[in-house]
Design a protein. Structure first.
Length: 201
């Protein structure tokens, strides 16, 4: 039986160090030896599970009887439906998932002798997982909405800038035309003044 760890950030700009350190600290404090003494990581969106290291870990490393550790449920995934399906897959394949932010997932439910207590704890555990999965998806939807609003604002600013430039160009053209008309008028007046001077000689 192996203990395998996984951590994820959404982008390469976000640091993996904190999550990795948190997992290793927990394992050290509870005498748990990590498989190959490493944490498998991805720096990709949590909207789906099409992540190279995660898929490799799931398909090639994790086996029946193993334990998978993550710091938070949203590090596993942010899509509620997909995340719950992944958790069901692990449950069906006898792979325990420990989420450090969910204390109920850290308790050895399978070792409990009292069947009623075990059933109650499993129910509470499932409710907490469902709740945290909902929160993770809500945060994802909020971020997507903020990005969409930012894109709309940028488009509006771009349109306003284009309108402003067009107005500026038109103003310049009109100004040049007005100055040209004034110049012509001045030249005409100058010519007329010369004619008057010549006539008085």
């Amino acid at each position: 039986m192996k203990t395998v760890a996984y951590h994820r950030t959404s982008t390469a700009d976000q640091h993996l160090d904190r999550g990795i350190a948190e997992i290793k600290k927990y394992c050290a404090e509870h005498d748990m030896e990590l498989y190959k003494n490493k944490v498998y990581t991805d720096q990709q969106t949590g909207k789906n599970f099409n992540r190279p290291r995660y898929q490799m870990m799931k398909e090639e490393i994790l086996e029946s009887g193993d334990t998978l550790i993550v710091t938070e449920l949203d590090r596993l995934g942010r899509n509620k439906k997909a995340t719950l399906e992944e958790l069901r897959y692990y449950q069906d394949n006898n792979i325990r998932v420990m989420v450090l932010e969910l204390p109920t997932t850290l308790l050895p439910i399978e070792d409990m002798e009292n069947s009623m207590a075990r059933m109650m704890l499993e129910t509470i555990n499932n409710m907490m997982i469902e709740l945290y999965a909902s929160i993770a998806q809500a945060e994802l939807e909020k971020k997507e909405k903020e990005i969409l609003l930012e894109q709309v604002n940028l488009q509006d600013k771009s349109k306003n800038l284009q309108v402003g430039l067009a107005c500026f160009k038109e103003f310049n053209l009109n100004s040049h035309k007005e100055w040209a008309d004034i110049s012509v008028d001045l030249n005409n007046e100058k010519g007329h003044y010369k004619e008057l001077l010549e006539a008085q000689k």
